[in-house]
Each structure stands twice: as C-alpha cells, then as structure tokens.
Design a protein around this ligand. Structure first.
Ligand code: 5GP
Length: 183
C-alpha cells in the first residue's frame, strides 16, 4: 500500500507525534512524583496500548516493570461489544504491587471497568489507570482514570497503536478514520 493511500483514508490529524510526546512527558513527571521510592508495574493491554506503553516506560526516570495482557472486546468493527475475553494473561504476580494500567483509549469504558475489577481481585497494593485518549462517553462510566492524556471528540480514530481491522497502528500520530473506509 502506498503512503498516499493511507492519507486518503484519514480525514484529519487529531494529535501529532510531538503533541503526544509532550503529554506523555507531563504524565511521566506526575507518575515519578506519585510513585517516588516505589517500583510500579505498568500493565498494558495488547495491541493498541503498545505505543503508549513504550513511550511512557521510556519517559519514566525510575525503575519500572512492564507486563502485557491481551483481551478482546472489539471485533473488526467500530463498536464496543462489552464482551471481554482474556487471550493472554499477565506473567507478573500483582500481590502487593503498585499497578498502573496503561490504556490507549477509553470509549464506553466497558473494557476498562472489567479490567480494573479483574486486576483488583489479584491483590495489588494500589491500582491506577493511565489512558492516552478519552472519548465523551467515558464520562458516564464509574471508572476513575488518574492519568488522562487527551479528551477527544466522539470519532473513530486510528494511529499510535490504534487500528481499524489491524491497519494504521503504525501511524505516528492519531487521526480520524474517514467514513468511506468502514461504511
Ligand atoms: P470501550 O470498552 O471503552 O468502549 O473500548 C475500549 C477499546 O475499544 C479500546 O481499547 C480500543 O481497542 C477500542 N476503541 C474504542 N474507541 C476506538 C477508536 O476510536 N478507535 C480504535 N481504533 N479503537 C477504539
């Protein structure tokens, strides 16, 4: 696929690579202050949060552990089903750990509410959430997200780890997917 084909599938760039990195640096400074003297465990959900995880982890000037989990809540479409399945569980034991869930995007919040409850039941010393992007719907859900990158409009976005049918994850910024791609 040509680069021009990818561009034609996007209506607007919501966030540039620089804007994302600046925000991640801000969040990292807060985490360093909040977890001074601790060794937090960053937990990301594959595959969407891989880019956020890589950048947050590298921005932190402290020891951290990282671990991954794979769940499925979306098919190839654009609507959340609310059905969550563990495809790959964590390697780490969460007992007594200070865990930070690193998420790409919160839409309905269903995935995160489920994940939070699931990890909470494993006995961490603390459990907080970092989400790079948050959509308006998320405000209606009772999930406390301590570290939020950007509140974005209610559009289907791709890039920086986020896909549509496994494409666009490798874009450096976050862009709105043109309706002609999925309609
Ligand atoms: P929720 O359960 O909060 O509705 O959805 C969470 C998951 O749905 C995210 O982790 C992400 O995989 C997917 N998702 C939600 N909104 C978008 C979007 O605008 N673009 C993409 N690519 N995925 C989304």
């Amino acid at each position: 696929m040509e680069l021009s084909d990818v561009q034609a599938d996007l209506t607007e760039t919501l966030l540039t690579e620089d804007q994302i990195h600046e925000k991640i640096a801000e969040l990292a400074r807060r985490i360093e202050a909040d977890y001074a003297g601790e060794r937090p465990l960053l937990v990301a959900v594959l595959k969407g949060a891989v880019m956020v995880m890589a950048d947050v982890a590298r921005e932190l000037r402290m020891h951290v552990d990282i671990d991954f989990m794979a769940v499925s809540s979306y098919g190839a479409g654009t609507e959340s089903s609310g059905v969550v399945r563990i495809l790959k569980d964590l390697d780490a034991d969460l007992i007594g750990r200070h865990v930070i869930i690193v998420e790409d995007i919160i839409d309905s919040g269903l995935t995160l509410a489920w994940l939070r409850a699931n990890l909470e039941s494993r006995g961490p010393a603390s459990l907080e959430i970092l989400a790079l992007l948050r959509k308006p719907e998320a405000a209606k859900v009772e999930v406390d997200v301590k570290y939020v990158g950007f509140d974005i409009p209610n559009a289907f976005v791709v890039g920086y780890g986020l896909d549509y049918a496994e494409s666009y994850r490798n874009l450096r910024g976050v862009a709105v997917l043109a309706p002609h791609v999925y309609s």
